[in-house]
Design a protein around this ligand. Structure first.
Ligand SMILES: *Cc1c(COP(=O)(O)O)cnc(C)c1O
Ligand SMILES: [Zn+2]
Length: 390
């Protein structure tokens, strides 16, 4: 057996059952790899196709893969010592696909009747696509009026049953936690599902594979699964002799939804949750991040950092990335906004190598893209004149 499941709260251990999502004490579970899998090396990994399953020895065994070639995303060099990992290049346009290929494969293999999630948008886009691919139905709970248009379009397109909840994402998640489980046959795909995070840890593997382990990895924090997943990935590389150092993890939150960033900065043991989270970056508009214990642990263990950025800083970073050719959604731009603060504050030192995680694609949120400044022509002649005057 590759794994055992361990509770991060009470330490209790379980056999690795896909339906075992939380500890009986309510704590989050972490899949712990029991011993180094035999034969793993960079040479072996590199002999395979790019993507999540390149690292199959470090992932759960599944009966049949539900896959669309997720992962293998571009690592774009912005300038000396600064890269952007462009997760918008995944099949449904966000890093969530890395988790879904693993978790939906497990769900299908263990007799799930249906998969279910609460979502600020991208999880529902990914869940509905991967469920469709697996031939099982999907149910998505969305905060009404708070989901970016592109993401909602994807859920509709892939045939999810949609439940709109009056209230925030946190309210929708509460409902999922209540109905999901073996009795109902509804398999939960939010990031409190530890198997989903196993897929997401491959972001770390790909970065290390391409440029080695950087000094910093900076990413937005919403429900706080991804920061712990990426940190777990780097820790496994070091533990299994595939890397000789660890990065520092930096999490960025928006002013109106920053319980983890604030807790870390103020040295609190637990975050003070936000009842009415607000930010233009809807993907991280979350007031009660369920993975907070894992995220705070990742920040502490990695000697990490957090930043709180304003919506204006997010808007500026979003535009600047776009003008460098990289179209991301607003939450993803928080990475660059946080990086800029860290440089200004002297947290990031001269010569340190930094990777920004750009979590989702610009087309996810078309309403966030500014109105164009257009000039109109009534025919070709006028168009030619206008073009020459530009
Ligand atoms: C889900 C998501 C996040 C937040 O990730 P967490 O694991 O919930 O912290 C950030 N950006 C985008 C685009 C997302 O879809
Ligand atoms: Zn427990």
């Amino acid at each position: 057996m590759l794994y055992k499941l361990r509770c991060v709260k009470c330490g209790r251990e379980y056999e690795p059952d896909p339906w075992r999502i939380r500890c009986d004490c309510g704590g989050l579970l972490e899949p712990v790899i029991v011993r180094k899998p035999t034969g793993i090396s960079w040479t072996l990994f590199r002999s395979r196709k790019l993507g999540v399953w390149r690292y199959e020895e470090l992932l759960p065994k599944v009966k049949g893969r539900v896959t669309m070639g997720e992962g293998g995303t571009p690592l774009i060099k912005l300038k000396e010592n600064l890269w952007v990992k462009f997760e918008g290049a995944n099949p449904t346009g966000s890093f969530k696909d890395r988790g879904m290929t693993v978790a939906v494969s497990l769900a299908k293999g263990s007799g799930a009747k249906s998969v279910i999630c609460a979502s600020t948008g991208n999880t529902s886009a990914s869940v509905s696509a991967y469920a469709a691919r697996a031939g099982i139905s999907s149910i998505v709970l969305l905060p009404r009026g708070k989901v970016a248009r592109g993401k909602l379009a994807q859920a509709i397109l892939h045939g999810a049953k949609i439940v709109e909840v009056d209230g925030s994402f946190d309210e929708a998640l509460k409902a999922v936690m209540r109905v999901a489980g073996k009795e109902s046959g509804l398999y939960p795909l939010n990031s409190f599902n530890p198997w989903r995070l196993e897929g997401q840890k491959t972001i770390a593997f790909e970065i290390a594979d391409e440029i080695g382990v950087p000094d910093w990895v900076i990413l937005p924090i919403g429900n706080a699964g991804n920061i712990s997943a990426i940190w777990k990935g780097f820790k496994e590389l070091k533990r299994f002799g595939l890397a000789d150092k660890l990065p520092r993890m930096a999490g960025v939150q928006a002013e109106g939804a920053a319980p983890i960033a604030r807790a870390f900065r103020e040295g609190l043991k637990e975050p003070e949750f936000v009842d009415n989270p607000e930010t233009v970056a809807t993907a991280i508009r979350i007031g009660r991040p369920v993975n907070w214990p894992k995220a705070l642990a990742a920040l502490k263990e990695s000697d990490g950092w957090t930043e709180v950025v304003s919506d204006e800083e997010i808007v500026r970073a979003h535009r600047d990335l776009a003008r460098a050719g990289i179209g991301v959604e607003p939450a993803s731009a928080a990475s660059l906004a946080g990086y800029r603060r860290m440089v200004r504050e002297g947290i990031i030192k001269e010569g340190e190598r930094v990777v920004l995680i750009a979590t989702g694609h610009a087309l996810k949120d078309p309403d966030f893209i500014p109105e164009p400044e257009v000039v109109r022509a009534k025919d070709a002649d006028e168009a030619v004149r206008l073009v020459m005057s530009l």
